[in-house]
Design a protein around this ligand. Structure first.
Ligand SMILES: [Zn+2]
Length: 442
């Protein structure tokens, strides 16, 4: 094997506002935009930020700051608080072009080194995905309102952007940098033969009338560009008739590891474990049922008090599918009127874990939780294997559109039939605005 000296290089590309400095205050906006001079006495550095940079450097990382704010704001702040750390202003996230040029000037090749993007918004995550490196989404403070920073405080949007990791403080980030594989999501780690019980919260937990409704996902299904840990190809394999036993077993083991962790928490008790069944017409048939049977076979041995049951059934007349309903409201209505809690099932006072394959808007989770709680169920935990996150374009442009004077970015797609990857200038029939040009990859 040829030793690649670049692979020993480690880089941390860090957002400034909200990640190193506490600047959610809307009155700082004219400074960020360079309309007024930056008053350093108004800039609050997060406690431990400088120490965090020093510790990351101690782990061998070179830090680089990438900020969308104006150089009149970024440069004095970095010089004053973070010494000689290189910094790019007006980075134009989530577009990768300026960041790539800046990194090239610094002699940094993200794909040939160990590189992470760290930040507190979907802009940072989508930038990192565009660079195809792992991302760490931070949440150091709660935004005061959803509007205060152009939706940046929107938890769901940030999570939906598909970060590899999520961290609540600097020491969690350092843990990720030390043990990147062990800190992957449960199923993403499991597919690499590594144990993790980490799940993602695609929606804030809800507590109404003393009952919890909780959603969790175990891997990312990422349309377009992403880091190497995403499980998109496995999602497609899982849905094929010729899926491998190896995949099925890896999924089984990951779900069991996660459910075991949930059951080991003595603060909550769970009485029923169930799943979202496939419709009779689904191809391949019984894809979730087969997985559920494998999982419950083991859970029945270790946890006999947990009833593993199929309690939902599709109505006979159902012809369409949840995936074909365009909005969350329509999905919820579709599931609510076609997938029903069987009439003889008694869930009064019981807490229920539901397993599903894909999480998109949470509509299925909401509709089933509503049915369960209407029939007297206590807490509901909805666990989905794959979380469909936002699409991210590649920096590659469509040659056919370019020849017609149009600039359209291609998206990486995966063929359902064989899992192969291709670039697509996504046409309207797939909810894009491109010309339909495709090009095989690899
Ligand atoms: Zn095109």
């Amino acid at each position: 094997m040829i030793d690649n000296p670049l692979m020993n290089k480690k880089y941390l590309l860090i957002d400034l506002d909200g990640t190193l400095i506490d600047t959610a205050d809307i009155t700082l906006k004219p400074m960020k935009d360079g309309q007024v001079n930056t008053n350093l006495s108004r800039i609050q550095v997060f406690e431990g930020a400088a120490n965090f940079l020093a510790e990351a450097e101690g782990l061998g990382f070179e830090c680089v700051i990438l900020s969308d704010s104006h150089p009149k704001y970024v440069n004095p702040i970095v010089r004053n608080f973070f010494g000689s750390t290189p910094a790019l202003s007006l980075a134009d996230k989530p577009n990768t072009l300026k960041a790539l040029n800046f990194l090239q000037e610094l002699g940094i090749e993200p794909l040939k080194s160990i590189c992470y993007v760290l930040g507190d918004s979907w802009l940072d995550v989508e930038l990192g995905r565009g660079l195809r490196v792992p991302t760490i989404l931070t949440e150091f403070y709660e935004a005061q309102t959803l509007e205060i920073r152009d939706g940046i405080g929107d938890y769901i949007k940030n999570i939906k952007s598909g970060p590899t990791y999520f961290a609540k403080n600097y020491s969690e980030i350092l843990e990720i940098l030390r043990n990147p594989l062990q800190k992957l999501l449960c199923l993403e780690a499991g597919l690499r033969g590594i144990n993790s019980c980490i799940a993602r919260k695609p929606h804030p937990d809800i507590r109404e009338e003393g009952k919890w409704s909780v959603h969790r996902t175990l891997a990312r299904q990422a349309p377009g560009e992403c880091d190497q840990y995403n499980a998109t190809d496995k999602y497609f394999e899982f849905n094929r008739a010729d899926r491998s036993e190896q995949l099925l077993h890896a999924v089984r083991d990951s779900v069991i590891a996660y459910v075991d962790r949930i059951l080991s928490n003595q603060a909550y008790s769970w009485e029923v474990f169930t799943y979202v069944p496939d419709k009779g017409t689904t191809q391949p048939p019984n894809k979730m049922g087969e997985l559920f049977n494998l999982i419950s076979k083991q859970i029945r041995q270790t946890t006999p008090h947990l009833a593993c049951l199929n309690i939902f059934e599709w109505s006979d007349e159902v012809i369409s599918s949840t995936r074909k309903q365009p909005t969350a409201a329509e999905r919820r209505k579709f599931v609510g009127s076609n997938l029903n809690l069987q009439p003889e099932v008694d869930v009064r006072g019981k807490s229920v874990i539901i397993l599903d394959d894909q999480y998109t808007t949470g509509a299925t989770a909401d509709a089933l939780t509503e049915q369960l709680q209407a029939r007297g169920a206590q807490n509901v935990l909805f666990v989905a294997l794959f979380h469909l996150v936002s699409p991210v374009n590649s920096s590659k442009l469509c040659p056919r559109c370019l020849a017609n004077g149009l600039t359209k970015q291609l998206q990486i797609k995966i063929k359902r039939s064989d899992g192969s990857k291709f670039y697509s200038c996504v046409p309207p029939q797939y909810r894009g605005d491109g010309c339909g040009y495709t090009e095989n990859i690899g």
